[in-house]
Design a protein around this ligand. Structure first.
Ligand code: SF4
Length: 213
């Protein structure tokens, strides 16, 4: 069994938090386990819970369209969530649930070793850039050290579901997506440079800069 499959089996059997008692299925994630881009969303919704697959509802359809903009298919990337089990009624994740599920995401990232992690939405951003405002950091490439993972480049975007409720965000998401190939190129060219590849302005608040490279 591959290292990833082995991990996936363990995630599927997880009962570390009470969400396993209310969800139908555990949704570890899917895609190419050696992908250069990994997308991380918030958690499974109703459709995802039923089908045990990430991003399969209307937001997932939009994500597929966005992935096509950069010339890729869903199978070319890896898609996961902060939480692997659906919170009842799609409520926001609780801090203790995020904490309980975090080691699984760390293990996934360590195996996949993505060149770029795209954080979809506020909850995914919050885990890696606590205290930031998504309206401020979206559309920017940020490199930071994560103790369990090491140096990693992130790209923050609005969640595709947000565009379903607020039509004006659709164009913002499309514009941010179109920058991804440039970010990948910049990662290759500027491995050890401080990152704010796409935008010239400072990406984060002064008091958070020590977390960046
Ligand atoms: S949400 Fe995560 S930690 Fe909680 S039971 Fe599901 S897999 Fe385990």
């Amino acid at each position: 069994m591959s290292q990833y499959k082995n991990l996936e089996e363990k995630i599927k059997k997880c009962c570390k938090c009470h969400l396993r008692g209310t969800c139908l299925n555990v949704v570890p994630g899917e895609g190419d386990t050696s992908a250069e881009i990994m997308f991380i969303g918030e958690g499974p919704g109703e459709n995802e819970d039923k089908l045990a697959r990430p991003f399969v509802g209307a937001a997932g359809k939009f994500l597929d369209e966005l992935i096509a903009i950069i010339g890729k298919k869903r199978e070319d990337v890896f898609i996961a969530n902060i939480l692997k089990c659906r919170p009842p009624g799609n409520r926001d994740p609780l801090p203790e649930e995020v904490e309980a599920c975090w080691p699984w995401l760390v293990e996934q990232i360590k195996i996949i070793k993505p060149k770029l992690i795209v954080l979809l939405g506020r909850h995914a951003m919050e885990r890696f850039f606590p205290g930031q405002k998504i309206s401020k950091v979206r559309g920017q490439a940020l490199r930071r050290e994560v103790s369990e993972i090491g140096k990693q480049v992130f790209y923050v975007m609005y969640h595709p579901a947000a565009a379903l409720y607020q039509g004006s965000l659709r164009e913002v998401l499309i514009a941010d997506f179109k920058k991804i190939p440039k970010v990948l190129e910049a990662i290759d060219k500027k491995k050890d440079m401080p990152i704010n590849y796409v935008e010239e302005k400072v990406a984060v608040e002064e008091n958070k800069q020590e977390a960046l490279f």
